[in-house]
Design a binder for this molecule. Structure first.
Ligand code: TYD
Length: 212
């Protein structure tokens, strides 16, 4: 459908995925690719307001409200930012997307996973990542990296975050073609080299096919 390439970065808070995303952006740009980075929640003007509620609400947020807000942010982001960028042929590197909702709201909060998959389909309206990188890290290491200054989601507790990690690993089993596992317990440099190889391989293959 689109000409660009859509890559999502997934994993726990404290998995180091954002650092990797930024390094990969620089690497791909140096190779001459047209790359943009983005994130969920909060990359659009409307999304910024949603993000503020999600991460910094002063009163408690009902689980179903949280779920709809993440999905609403995604719907806006996909239509207003991701699809237009892909139509222009860009490589879009996105920090979190549909799998975050399954892992956090589904496995973490206990919302119905099958229903969430359907709601995700409405939010993305036909879009699907060409590749998802799952930065898997032990929950203890991840929580240490996050430190003491936590937002509402980060402060949800170790049991919650263990369920989230388990959710991601279930998604990996279900989608072995799309999702690639990266051991994010390793050093930033080791993780970077692994990430770079996977992405370069896929992007080069796809460009090769397009030009053939
Ligand atoms: P953010 O500061 O963007 O964290 P990170 O750098 O870890 O991506 O915060 C986003 C938080 O929202 C993070 O704790 C994961 C959570 N989240 C969900 O629970 N569901 C979702 O669908 C998305 C996109 C994020």
């Amino acid at each position: 459908m689109e000409n660009g390439f859509f890559i999502t970065f997934e994993g726990a808070d404290g998995s180091g995925k954002t650092t990797q995303l930024n390094n990969i952006k620089t690497f791909l740009q140096e190779k001459g690719f047209d790359v943009v980075t983005t994130f969920e929640p909060g990359a659009t003007k409307t999304g910024e307001k949603i993000r503020n509620i999600l991460l910094h609400s002063e009163d408690s947020v009902a689980d179903s409200c949280e779920m709809f807000l993440f999905l609403a942010d995604r719907a806006q982001h996909v239509e207003m930012f991701i699809k237009p960028a892909l139509k222009q042929g860009k490589i879009v590197l996105c920090d979190r997307h549909t799998d975050s909702t399954i892992a956090y709201q589904g496995y973490g909060r206990g919302q119905n996973v099958e229903l969430l998959k359907k709601l995700n389909q409405i939010a993305v309206n036909g879009l699907s990542p060409d590749l998802t990188l799952l930065f898997d890290v032990s929950t203890e290491i991840a929580q240490d990296r996050v430190g003491k200054d936590k937002d509402r989601m980060e402060a949800a507790g170790i049991e919650f975050h263990k369920k989230v990690r388990n959710g991601y690993l279930e998604l990996l089993k279900e989608n072995p073609e799309r999702i690639k596992l990266i051991n994010a317990n390793n050093s930033i440099e080791t993780v970077y080299n692994e990430t770079k190889d996977i992405i370069l391989n896929l992007v080069t293959n796809k460009r090769g096919k397009t030009n053939a």
